[in-house]
Design a protein. Sequence first.
Lengths: 774, 135
Amino acid sequence: MTNARQLWITLIILLVVSFGVLLWSGREIEIAKPPLPELVVSESGETIYTRDEIQRGRQIWQSIGGQQLGSIWGHGGLVAPDWSADWLHREIIAILDGWALAEHGSPWAELSEEDQNALQGRLRARMRQNTYDEQTGTITLTDYRAEAIRGVSAHYESLFGNDPATEELREAYAMKNNTIADAEDRRLIGAFFWWTSWAAATERPNSNITYTNNWPSEPLIGNRPPASMFLWSAFSVTFLLAGIALLGWHYARTHAHDPEPHKLPSTDPLRSVVVTPSMIATGKYFWVVLALFLLQILLGALTAHYQVEGQLVYGYEMAEIFPYSITRTWHTQLAVLWIATAWLGTGLYMAPAISGKEPRFQALGVNVLWVCLLIIVVGSFAGQWLAVMQRLDISQNFWWGHQGWEYADMGRFWQWFLFIGLMIWLVLVGRALWPALRTNNESRSIIALFFLSAVAIGLFYAAALMWNEHTHISIVEYWRWWLVHLWVEGFFEVFATSVIAFLFTRLGLIPVRTATVAVLFATIVFMAGGVLGTLHHLYFAGSPTPVLALGASFSALEVVPLAYIGFEAYDQWRLSGATAWMRRYKWPVMFFLAVAFWNLVGAGLFGFLINPPLSLYYMQGLNLTPLHGHTALFGVYGMLGIGLVLFCLRGMKPDLVWNEGILKTSFWCFNIGLAGMALLTLLPLGVMQLLAAINNGYWYARSEQFMQQPFVDLLIWMRVPGDTILAIGALTFAIFVASLWLRPRREGDAIPASEPKQPGIEPPPESGKPANAE
Amino acid sequence: MEAFYLEIRNVHIGAVLASGALFFLRGLGVNLFNAAWPMWAPVRYLSYTIDTTLLTAALMLMTIVHQYPFVHAWLTVKVLLLVAYIVLGSFALKRAKTRNARLAFYVAALVVFAFILSVARAHDPLGVFVSGRVW
């Protein structure tokens, strides 16, 4: 059995077992999720909320942007509060104040420490007690708690409306006036918020841990990390170290000896590839990438600015047209869309180039898919805007408006349309690759891996179709993270690794056999942690302890391959200078090096910072989350997208001279800008919030009292230098791409007549100097 | 944010003076001494750093004092003249083809810079023509 064959078998077994366990975990969450009651009543028999009201409240919350405006159980936007934690704290204070006024004649905050502790002790036991009756589906609350709920509900009704009393708070939360137009709907959104806070404060039956594993941190009712969280955090670090040690041993074993000599081609093998009509047609994908990218940066600047001016943008009442909720929605959605478009374009460009075959009507398919993508972007964005501006009936929202689930926000119709688009893409790539996949040579394995990662990206979007309008939020979160996590920390990683290795084999810089084994091995290592690592997003989303344990253990393993990414980066850097003609690929390779750097820093270091359960318990939804998000999503996949665009452009217009100066400016602006954003704002602000969450409770770290401090404001403003530099990087990159069409400069020397154009890009025959000659 | 108003204002003014002084020296170097150092990478990066600081402080001040370009005339004039200053400066240091042309652009850029200062001091779009002083 060959090495590659063994690795294939190992990979298949690993995936079957991992997905089996992941599905089993879903079943466990289904069993252990917090119950949605039929009725919530007070001891005196008054109905507080019904199931339908809680459900409708959630629909209303989703329609105004859901997780894009504040968060639930820590998942979502960062400027408005976490509604679960905020409601819980307000309810607690309302009860304590009620008791304190009745028994001591002054508010709780003004009592002596002894009296405060006495009331707090009484409250803790009563708040945590589970009064849900499984038989009747009823939650029974004390009368004083019902009274507190009425008070908190009134606050939210004021906040989500147009009441001048809460105007300053709306500004602090970057909420537009009249976020919810209808008064009854404003009451019902409170029903949903209350239920999520109830799940966070109420102990599971026969347990002393709440449905959300004691999240959020709330000292007043004894919500603190349970023992299991300490235990599995410690184990996760241990697993990480063990994984690093094992992989270190593997690298030592495989890198201890010099690589087998490999002759390099004397000319650029890709230069003589015939560019087919469908390959040329992919040019417009890269134009769309640029447009979406620039729009994403603009929306990011707007979104960040709302943190300081609330509803205004330099005095202009922007929130009346594009409120925070919509700019953040589009900003996050565009991140995925432009990166995905770059990859779709790359797949469509590469497939006929690899096989040397242009299937019939391939160019037509490429053009139709491009039009579909435009319709999806414009249509889904329009629906979201109509929903957030409350111009869409709530009954239409799920299909056409705003689903409110971060990164899966578009209406269900648009999700189906996008899924169908991805299937069309797979068909187009598959039919063009088919001749190469059928050819029995050593390239077949790596082409298959490249194609399989593309298939996985396409098929796994189906996870976004697994929930419906009224699916329990714990189950929605489970499937949502199938989509987001398995994409970015699973198949995207595999795609990135395989596509870069694949390109180097096509350039003739590394032997196909070596690349195949390396990519297969890397895929196994990525997927070993990546699949079950999905569960680390679900620690506090109504999951039981075994899910937490699995998530902690396996997500720690995700960092293992990133610890050794320096090997990969060094190889790429070495190969970039291996031949004279590789200068043509200097900038794509530089962007691939940036991918490796940010994979280590953004995904590895900043990712692991928030990864262990104990860390995430305090850090979820603080600025340390976007620290990881920006540096990993843009740093890794954004840079990869740009590198791939450059690679395709080099092939699409092989005779053009590149303006290297402008590309250099762009490259360094991207990297310095991203580092500035991370180090000047997100990291220090996140650390400040972390200390506040540990010392005062999670609600405080997200509250207006904390976020409106002058020093926090100053840190937010410190985003301007980094963001500006990053924007200059994007603008100069756009100018570079545009200049290839608008002001092309051709090389003086054409391709020699003795070097005929060839269909396809088979790895070149070995000739010239060996790769390791130096 | 208002708590840091004076500090931010001082940073803004300091960056303005540093930016102007650096341009003045680079222009002298290019136009009078035909020197190479004004275009050295560290000098250019220093200029970018100062200008980014200046811009950040300016944006912060706008939101503190609630005065904005295209709403308040003196800020509108400042922004438009800033664009003119950047273009003139670019020609003065690099883009103009002859030495005389570079010199003319250099003088024009310095005049525009001085007028921007006077607009900032007077909080009036007419700047020096109202207040009677550049600084």
